[in-house]
Design a protein around this ligand. Structure first.
Ligand SMILES: *Cc1c(COP(=O)(O)O)cnc(C)c1O
Length: 458
């Protein structure tokens, strides 16, 4: 299995050829899901005692399973947060796979970690974090948020000489991503939800109001304030200027979740993020709006030592890496073994330079603005709110919630696009999320035109 014999060489050619053809597809097929029963019926079991052979396994994937797997980089994939990797990043991901690098420690991967750290520094500079800042790449914003909150709690533990309060807590708002509540639940943190105004933004003022009602004891149990720089649902940036003033005044850890929106720091909308330079921890996902393939999220800390104290695993077999002075990525996220998943992002940044990134990110913001005009031009549609970044929320006049779901599934089946409804203030509405520079205004128009459709039957 491990030798490169004649048969394996054939397979190598076929796999590389398929991979290169997939990279060259412009656009790739959007595709769509199938039921478990349909997929089961395709070929039956693939894993057998004798193996089915490379040619057959590859054929089944290409002909059977790949078409039941959406291409998140399709220009009309506008649901969730799509992914739009550069060709350089995708191709280099193949190099990462071929290179068998353990990204755990400096000892094992000094060269690769050096490059990852260069990419992390670029992100830290976007946010205006000081020279002390550092972190690592983890699989996603969820794990990055979990890691950030661990570091924040560690600081409070050390401050309180490891005297635990009745419960550790965080302050956040209902607009924060679901992974914040999930991380809090894993860590048994209580989330105190700060009520926000009609614009749904966390501000220093609404934090101060809640703060004034807390006892000294509860205040002392708060490990962090969690702000969002680009909410997933609506693309709104919390008022980081006043939030960071509040956290500095009260000596609180500021965790900024920019998993989706942080990329807009490289756009003309940077002014919306004023105050982010005071973040104690900052999350940004290159696999969202920074043109890297899945899965790469960055977690950065102003003072990385708290993460290191909280997250370094101790064991005799790790002594050699733990006693080293150099940067061990394993100490800055909840993981030990890790793929050097930041490398495709670093490679692409090195190839293209930051200006091309700025232009690519700005193009999605410009497209969101142009989409607003297209919505306003159609009497059956209505804008829900002016977009701040690249998420556009709008309603289809006269539709009930069920219409949205049926249109959405029909549009996917017809290959018109992949767009899902969401909720805004309790109302079902439609949501576009633009991150792909290859999405055109014509793509948007085609989808909006298809909304003139009236669903028939059930
Ligand atoms: C997507 C997202 C996350 C979660 O990131 P994953 O990479 O999906 O784990 C967290 N926060 C925000 C604001 C997000 O948009």
């Amino acid at each position: 299995m491990h030798r490169l014999d004649e048969e394996t060489l054939q397979l190598e050619k076929a796999i590389v050829q398929y991979a290169l053809e997939r990279v060259a597809l412009q656009p790739p097929p959007l595709d769509g899901p199938k039921s478990e029963a349909e997929l089961e019926a395709l070929y039956g079991p693939n894993v057998t005692e004798d193996g089915i052979g490379g040619e057959e396994a590859l054929r089944r994937f290409i002909e059977g399973y790949a078409p039941a797997t959406l291409s998140s980089d399709h220009p009309r994939f506008l649901a969730f947060v799509p992914v739009a990797p550069t060709k350089a990043a995708v191709l280099f991901d193949m190099v990462v796979a071929a290179s068998c690098i353990s990204g755990t420690s400096w000892l094992e991967a000094a060269g690769a970690v050096h490059c990852e750290n260069e990419a992390l520094r670029w992100l830290a500079d976007l946010a205006g974090m000081p020279a002390s800042a550092g972190g690592t790449f983890v699989s996603g914003g969820s794990l990055a948020n979990l890691s950030g909150l661990h570091a924040a709690r560690q600081r409070m533990k050390e401050r309180r000489d490891f005297q635990r309060p009745d419960r550790w807590r965080v302050l956040s708002s209902h607009e924060a991503h679901s992974s914040i509540a999930s991380a809090a639940s894993l860590m048994d943190l209580e989330v105190i939800y700060v009520p926000t105004g009609p614009d749904s933004k966390l501000t220093g003022e609404n934090l101060a109001k809640v703060w004034s009602e807390l006892s000294e004891e509860v205040r002392g149990s708060i490990v962090a304030v969690v702000a969002t720089a680009g909410t997933t649902n609506a693309g709104l940036v919390d008022d980081l200027r006043s939030v960071s003033m509040f956290t500095r005044e009260n000596d609180l850890w500021l965790h900024v979740d920019g998993a989706y929106g942080g990329a807009a720091l490289a756009s003309k909308e940077r002014w919306r993020f004023e105050g982010i330079e005071f973040a104690d921890s900052f999350v940004i996902d290159p696999h969202k709006w920074l043109f890297a393939p899945f899965d790469a999220a960055a977690i950065l800390y102003r003072e990385p030592k708290y993460a290191k104290h909280a997250l370094t695993q101790e064991a005799a077999y790790l002594d050699d890496i733990n006693k080293a002075e150099e940067w061990n990525p394993s100490s800055y996220g909840y993981h030990l073994s890790r793929r050097v998943r930041g490398l495709p992002f670093w490679f692409s940044l090195a190839v293209h330079g930051s200006r091309r990134y700025q232009e690519g990110i700005q193009s999605s913001i410009d497209l969101a603005r142009a989409t607003v005009a297209e919505i306003q031009r159609r009497e059956y549609l209505e804008l829900v709110m002016e977009p701040e970044l690249s998420v556009v929320l709008f309603r289809r006049n006269g539709w009930d919630p069920d219409h949205y779901d049926r249109w959405s599934m029909q549009a996917l089946r017809d290959g018109v696009g992949f767009v899902l409804p969401t909720e805004h203030h309790g109302e079902k509405v439609l949501r576009f999320c633009f991150v792909n520079p290859l999405t055109t205004l014509d793509d948007v128009r085609a989808i909006l035109d298809s909304l003139a459709w009236e669903p028939r039957g059930r």
